[in-house]
Design a protein around this ligand. Structure first.
Ligand SMILES: [Zn+2]
Length: 167
């Protein structure tokens, strides 16, 4: 149901709002994710590859989480895909800004440390403040433990990857 206007074809305005909030939240947190890739690569290339792989893989469910509420709301698949794509584009921008900044500053260790700390802080904040609460909005009371299951599965997966990458 492609159309030139947002209003046309929106079956569920509340779901549209949720989808847009998720898209904005993901756009914001993708920026420090890009930063963390450049900072960790500057610190240790092997760590950079590990972080890039993890971030790459977790972007798949993020893209699904952005596009699904939008298509449920009645947004066309093409437009939902465009929004998910654009929200992902803040990540290479973050990586470029981070690389430029680190190159300008000569990659000194305290700048890398601060960059990694800053990115970790922003990502943790968005996780606690946005992603987990939004996840609870999608789950019924009886299925809410699946959120923690997903969270733990993600952590275990991350740990397995760091063993594989030997970081
Ligand atoms: Zn992310």
């Amino acid at each position: 149901m492609e159309s030139g206007r947002w209003e046309t074809g929106i079956a569920n305005p509340q779901m549209l709002k949720t989808g847009l909030i998720v898209a904005i939240g993901i756009s914001i947190h993708n920026f420090p994710e890009g930063l963390v890739v450049s900072a960790s690569y500057t610190h240790l290339p092997k760590l950079g590859f590990l972080v890039a792989t993890m971030i790459c893989l977790h972007n798949i469910p993020e893209g699904i989480a952005t596009a699904t509420p939008l298509t449920v709301a009645g947004v066309s698949k093409r437009r939902a895909l465009t929004i998910a794509f654009l929200s992902g584009m803040t990540e290479p921008i973050g990586a470029l800004v981070g690389s430029w900044f680190l190159l300008t500053m000569g990659g000194s260790t305290y700048i890398i440390g601060m960059g990694l700390g800053l990115a970790a802080g922003v990502i943790t904040y968005i996780t606690v403040d946005e992603l987990i609460p939004v996840a609870h909005e999608f789950c019924t009371a009886s299925s809410k433990h699946y959120i923690s299951t997903g969270l733990l599965a993600g952590m275990i997966f991350g740990q397995l990857l760091s063993v594989v990458f030997n970081v």
